[in-house]
Design a binder for this molecule. Structure first.
Ligand code: PLP
Length: 286
């Protein structure tokens, strides 16, 4: 069952106008919330990021934070599987015509569509994944979780065709992020990650990795990282709500470090998995 504009519906019964601005222009924003054992992870943070994305595109938030949390919980409760990936989006609705400026008095479209949560396989965790790179040709507001995902579609397709799981992006010689993940770099035992600014999406997993590093005394720097530094890294990790912490062992056909999952990736992933079992699944304050 999904949620669309106030109704819980079977996917085949859910209908959206062909003139919805999400469909015509990608005029909307979205979230993906991981759910473990029916406990949404950091729901309040996801709702806050959604609110920030909506404010950035001047789309009034149709719900209070409390209403969003209630709606997401209601959707989770209606599924017959426990681990879920809850996709939600809000668009500027349909004015019945194709015109760029904001329409007046048009209700936004709210869709909440869950799916079973698919996390990396045992083999991907054990062996790591491969990545390609590309110039970051996206716009300058990558902090907005926008429905305009054409760059992600093109870059992930290029990665897939190359037998890779992700595409790292560089802008003016600096690492920004992956097509759909944040990127961490390890050199000489020190973890580094680019700062959360307008050039990357402020990942919820990014925050958790910073917290776990601090909690377990692992050195971590938040700073700009050059392309040369990225290519000379001992370890590269991609992080996201569904990929968790996944080691990248090859970039553009070259081994990253020793070309294996590195020691810090293993340690951090162990901390993450432990946190998942003890805190996330328990729905404890997380
Ligand atoms: N960066 C981009 C461009 C993304 O699309 C995503 C997630 O989809 C992330 C980073 C990671 O964000 P999160 O950890 O909140 O899933």
């Amino acid at each position: 069952m999904l949620y669309l504009n106030g109704q819980f519906l079977r996917p085949e019964d859910a209908k959206i106008s062909a003139l919805d601005r999400g469909c015509l222009f990608g005029d909307g924003v979205y979230e993906v919330i991981p759910v473990y054992s029916r406990q949404p992870f950091r729901l309040a943070e996801h709702v806050r990021r959604l609110d920030a994305s909506l404010a950035s595109i001047a789309l009034p938030n149709p719900h209070s934070a409390a209403e969003w949390m209630e709606l997401v919980q209601a959707v989770i409760a209606r599924q017959d599987y426990d681990d879920q990936s809850v996709y939600l989006h809000v668009t500027r609705g349909s004015a019945g015509e194709r015109d760029f400026p904001f329409p007046q008095d048009v209700a936004p479209t709210v869709l909440i569509n869950p799916a079973p949560l698919v996390t990396p396989s045992h083999e991907q965790k054990a062996c790591g994944v491969r990545a390609i790179s590309h110039a970051d040709f996206r716009w300058l507001r990558c902090d907005i979780k926008s429905l305009n995902l054409l760059p992600t579609v093109l870059l992930r397709e290029a990665a897939k065709r190359a037998g890779c799981a992700e595409c790292l992006m560089f802008r003016d010689g600096w690492l920004s992020e992956g097509a759909a993940s944040n990127i961490f770099v390890v050199k000489d035992g020190v973890i580094a990650v680019p700062p959360k600014d307008h050039l990357i999406l402020p990942g919820i997993t990014y925050d958790l990795v910073l917290e776990l590093a601090k909690q377990h005394g692992l050195p971590l720097q938040v700073r700009r990282i050059s392309e040369a530094e990225t290519r000379a890294a001992d370890e590269l990790w991609m992080t996201s709500s569904t990929k968790e912490i996944l080691a990248i062992v090859e970039l553009d056909g070259q081994p990253v470090g020793l070309g294996q999952v590195g020691p810090l990736a293993k340690r951090m992933d162990a901390h993450y998995q432990d946190f998942k079992q003890t805190v996330m699944r328990a729905g404890a304050a997380c």
